[in-house]
Design a protein around this ligand. Sequence first.
Ligand code: PMP
Length: 480
Amino acid sequence: MTGGAAGTTGGATGTTGTTGGATGTTGGATGPGAHEGILRRQTQRESAARTYARSLPIVPVRARGLTIEGADGRRYLDCLSGAGTLALGHNHPVVLEAIRKVLDSGAPLHVLDLATPVKDAFTTELFATLPGELAADARIQFCGPAGTDAVEAALKLVRTATGRHDVLSFTGAYHGMTAGALDVSGGATGVRATARLPYPHDYRCPFGIGGERGAEIAARWTENLLDDPKSGVPDPAGMILEPVQGEGGVIPAPDGWLRRMRALTEACSIPLIADEVQTGVGRTGAFWGVEHSGIVPDVMVLSKAIGGSLPLAVVVYRSALDAWEPGAHAGTFRGNQLAMAAGAATLAYVRENGLAERAGLLGARMLAQLQGLAAAHPCVGDVRGRGLMIGIELVDPEGMGPGGLVPPPDPGLADTVRRACLDRGLIVELGGRHNAVVRLLPPLTLTDEQAAAVLDRFADALAAAAQAHQNRPAAARPPR
Ligand code: PMP
């Protein structure tokens, strides 16, 4: 197993302090003064819409594997991994080599959607990883470079193929930030409303039951909606779902429920779109998230890790859906050769080194350790995940949640935990409906030693944050 930056896991107390000043290799001034100045200018000049930059006030100048080094010389263990993009961590040697090879070959870097040997190799490698039934009959569309572009393309594809408009989507879903993707996501407001169906949620079950029974009722609800001529839901052009909801709070779809959704959509001739932007390339313990349930979707939306850390997105679908006119979904930036080379190298590395399986085993072990930690901390309401996609939901144990079943989420505590993690040299982000879920998305190359260091730092941060919150005034607690 490779990919870890040697000597970076350090002790549980986190930041290693100075590392001798990261100068010389990164093309810019570094050191504490530069760090402050860069952050100050960012605040002055960049949009109020900036996101990660607010919660992670660091200035990365160098990175390798799990580790990022800031301009102030501090080192961090990165469990955000570019929002789940970096399957092999930062600057993995096979990725760098693939990029260098293209650069040194004199190949054109911009080619619109023309055929190239690099693209040909990427497509071959990607098809080799797909569920066999889909790969045997698949078409691929190279769309704009972000996950949200691939979602837009998928929506347009199924609308064109079916001649219908509405797309079924789920509560808590996240599919991106462009208009169509927002339209099928759970969190956005001010967009055209389409039906949101209940996504099974064991901990905060919309039916107050959880487990298999909760998932069963969620499935029946959807089945009934499509069966009832007076449900008020027009015949849909498709259904879009995430095999594990990521931004929605790390909620794995039960395999049985996914199979029900597959059977239902198949029976009703509704194309099923699996958004594998975050769950793909080994993240959940299988190469693709849908593999756990054995279902084969009609459309797969892929991005993040498939570009090996560079921007790349594609839609892969059954040939029967390929009813597009030439140029129906065009765009200037659909031929990123460096991303295709880096992506092909990443896909091959994950496949050849069994990293999906490794993610499944290591993820299960980390989950068990975190569950042990939860037992000692009543403010941890739930620990869940699949593979190396892990969520820890923070709650106010003394509060009363909806229906009195589980305690209310505590986003304030989650924010304090995130900051305490950063103080200890651990980068994590928050997600979930109420922003109260601490998310761990480490690279699949995580070593046992690094996993132990991550959990040590997290445990230390959690204990400190819980302590700080224990005595906070009532006004600072979540509403009851
Ligand atoms: N779908 C899913 C499941 C995602 O997690 C994301 C990004 N977090 C997107 C789509 C959108 O991808 P992008 O941010 O690259 O547009």
